[in-house]
Design a protein around this ligand. Structure first.
Ligand code: AKG
Length: 361
């Protein structure tokens, strides 16, 4: 059985179904040394307190500011995204991954596009493979859509994704305006930079694994773009974030979104907000699914510290990062990433080591 390899990529979902032992290319003995701690949990924001001029608005804004500064991650409840849109998206994603491999492979990669259904990333020399498959689509901007990668089955998938993507865009915009206020910027400042930018929706499928403590569903990484909005599809936990040298599991609140600050917001905020390393672990018996939505700035944006940003002391700080146009930034960043893979051949470094620091930073 070739488990889809002849179709260009082996599916971990198929592998998990058919093999007794986990192949060596997934096994990471070093995970034994990791410390997982449940002593802390990520902050929870109530968005209903941030809209409509309530008495507790200022307190909630301060909580949001502290969450972005000290954690880089938070959960958001009462976010206003209609429950039926979320439930439909979760149901359609589950149905998609239940399709036979041959059907899913209709959405496999083409040479000129990174949207795709795939097993986890191609593994560079010396790196271990993630225990996951995924479907990656760019639903925004609308006029850039390539429906070639949008599943036709289940039949509702395309409309569901259309609605979900629109809702995620709205939530992203609202959160950016609160963050801009907290950073002392014009409320529209961040949203203007992200308006019309590329949105990526990545649905992750983590099969159950007989050796859950020796593999990872998603290797440690930090996100490159602006805000990531994540929803866990079923009840199986797996997301962990790195904090003070330990891995902290996130226990998702039902109907909440898990939000994290990406590298570009870290840079725009001149390091006031932090882009944090995270990973996904897998379950011995149950599959896990998640949907991550990434938001990129538009192609006219300049990625660099915004001039009005002030530090904790309320004073303007010297820029800690270089500024460069979005497209140039992406090219440079992907080149750096590739260099680390090619030269070091070890798990991806935290983004902090690869950022475009100025000499002084
Ligand atoms: O599945 C998760 O909880 C994390 C997914 C993730 O970090 C990603 O897709 O980049």
């Amino acid at each position: 059985m070739d488990l889809g390899a002849s179709l260009g990529v082996p599916s971990v979902q198929e592998l998990a179904r058919s093999l007794k032992d986990v192949p060596d290319r997934f096994i990471r003995p070093e995970l034994e040394l990791d410390i997982v701690s449940k002593d802390e949990s990520v902050p929870v924001m109530d968005m209903s307190k941030l809209v409509g001029g309530r008495d507790d608005e200022e307190d909630e804004l301060a909580k949001l500011h502290a969450a972005c500064r000290d954690w880089g991650f938070f959960q958001v409840i009462n976010h206003g995204v209609a429950e039926e849109v979320i439930l439909k998206m979760k149901a359609d994603v589950q149905e998609f991954f239940r399709l036979p491999l041959q059907e899913k492979m209709e959405y496999a990669r083409l040479p000129d596009d990174i949207q795709r259904y795939s097993a986890s990333h191609v593994v560079p020399r010396g790196r271990k493979q993630d225990w996951s498959d995924f479907l990656y689509i760019f639903p925004q901007p609308r006029d850039g859509r390539n429906l070639r990668f949008w599943p036709r089955v289940p039949i509702s998938f395309r409309e569901t994704l259309n609605q979900y993507s629109t809702e995620m865009e709205k939530l992203n915009t609202a959160l950016l305006s609160f963050m801009a206020r907290n950073l002392g910027l014009e409320p529209e400042k961040l949203q203007t930079l992200f308006e019309g930018g590329r949105q990526g929706v990545r649905t992750n499928y983590y099969p159950p694994c007989k050796q859950p403590n020796k593999v990872l569903g998603s290797s440690p990484h930090s996100d490159l773009a602006g805000l990531t909005l994540l929803t866990q599809v079923n009840e199986v936990q797996g997301l962990q974030i790195k904090r003070n040298g330990k891995w902290i599991p996130i226990d998702p609140i039902q109907d909440a979104f898990i939000v994290n600050v990406g590298e570009m917001i870290e840079i725009m905020s001149n390091g006031e907000y932090k882009s944090i390393e995270h990973r996904a672990v897998v379950n011995p018996e149950k599959e896990r699914l998640s949907i991550a939505t990434f938001h990129n700035p538009n192609s006219n944006a300049v990625i660099g510290p915004l001039p009005d940003i002030r530090g904790k002391d309320g004073k303007k700080q010297a820029p800690k990062y270089k500024s460069m146009p979005y497209l140039e930034y992406m090219t440079e960043r992907l080149r750096q990433k590739k260099k680390v893979y090619d030269e070091e051949g070890k798990p991806e470094n935290p983004a902090h080591q690869m950022k475009l620091h100025t000499e002084a930073a």
